[in-house]
Design a protein around this ligand. Sequence first.
Ligand code: C2E
Ligand code: MG
Ligand code: MG
Length: 565
Amino acid sequence: RMSRTYHQRARILVVDNSEINREMLNDILGEIYEIKLAGNGREALEILEKEHWNLELVLLKLEMPDIDGYELLRIMGEKKWLDEFAVIAVIASLTADVKRAYRLGACDCFRLPFVTSILNHRIENAIATHEKEYRDYLTRAYNRRGFVYMVERFLNHCEDRTRYGILYFNIKNFKATNELLGVKEGDCMLQSFCKSIERSFLHPVYTARVEADHFVSFVERDRISLKKLEEFCNQTFEIYNKKIRVHSCCGIFYLKDENMPVAGMVDRAKLAKQHIVDEYLKPYAVFDHKMEMEYIDKAEIAAAFEEAIINEELEVYYQPIVDPVTGRIMSAEALVRWIHPKKGFISPGIFVLKLEEDGSVSKLDRYVFQKVRSYISGRYEKGLEVVPVSMNLSWMDFYDEALIDEIVDFLEHPEFPSELIRFEITETSYAALEENVGKVLNKIKKKGAWILLDDFGSGYSSFNMLQRFSFDILKIDMSFTREIEMNSRTRRLIPLIIETAHALDAKTVAEGAETKEQVEFLRNHGCDYIQGYYFYRPLKKDEFSEKLDQNSWKCSQNKHKSLIR
Ligand code: C2E
Ligand code: MG
Ligand code: MG
């Protein structure tokens, strides 16, 4: 059964023209519910106009002078208020047309006087039935849907939304605890945790369980004391006679004075939670401006993305890849940049992921491919210095036949050396690789374009990838390069990776070299090429062209004939 805390007391409107009835109901119900009273139809309508969104139930007398209960029911139906609350019809005499009341949308009906306990029970049932799809079966708090619905409804009628905040809670290590204690105890812990939120200093307006061990609360901002929150996130529960310490963490989003879907607020509070660095030291984090830049709604991205292409918000940068012995630019990687008109720079690491989730990443890669192709072939036709440029393929691209055809067609072009374009894949393509990618990659390779294995060593099937396909280059993941100075194991590992690559007739590129020490180490251990800020950041097209021009000038004496380097 539904249990409500003080601040989540259901709100009931009693509409009755008899003062004795009103007072009686107010006395009986007032202990459990928040009661509003109306003495006639007109008063009832006034209250409903203002607060229909904030009611769980209306107790409605049918026989009243002037605007009676039937007429009120009709209006409630017309205004769609009956979606928002349940109505129980109250009759004074047996001549009342109960059938008509049911037809108009009342869910229950009784005659006064009534036994208190039965009355309470029927009211609870009416509310529970009405809210069934909005409630979480385990905790009886709202579910995600109910939370979104209730908060949206609340905010539609709220004058100052900046007075509120959303808190996103997550129990630490719940899965482990659940396995250790058992499912029954785990459930009990979730219930206790939920109750503890509802009964806490936060006095939440609404609380919901949105995922397994994730809870959200809609709270008045003034109630949020970070110090108390810290204590709250580290408390002891008694679960089946066992005392158990429960750590949780909490992301906070303060509402701004702008319209935003509630789901977006919940996402932001969750994102803030993910930014907590040390959950034992400071178990909460407040969503801030920096996170807003990082926060991108999947739907928002997908919608804005096509326009971004048209408006040229997307730009391809080129990051030179260098021979560490000569310092010469030997190739480059095409990296896409999105300068959003409002958010500014959005990291591709973030939006590429969103586009993959949305299924539209291939549009991006087709766009990048076209840009790279026209850039390189343009320079090549003019007889300017060129180097091979690699572009990133997402695993999804392998399912986009049109894109693959476009690539293969271009590589067949007799006037264009296919060595000038290369393709980077990561092990996320592994599953696809098992299916048909091997064939596709071989087709591309046969045309003369190289295939690079990106982020080597960062995943769990890196070596498996080496078994599956003969890559031309392994790109050693940045996480190795970063550790060179601090970690002696890394220093022993990197030479072995390089040796492995060479044993498989592949060359190596180390990603993300930023210091002289890293570069020297890599060079001394035979790493073929280096990509990193130490030499170059990703450059705008024109800047990159300048570097290429100097590249040919500097090296004009010993210019290689072959393009493959
Ligand atoms: P990636 O392919 O591993 O690209 C290398 C990333 O390392 C780039 O980040 C680059 O800017 C960064 N980087 C290079 N040198 C350094 C360094 O010395 N220090 C540090 N800290 N970073 C360095 P970026 O541009 O943010 O790209 C992130 C990822 O987004 C890429 O990782 C790639 O997986 C994806 N991506 C970028 N452009 C595209 C694209 O056009 N299509 C697809 N499908 N994915 C793309
Ligand atoms: Mg890459
Ligand atoms: Mg990489």
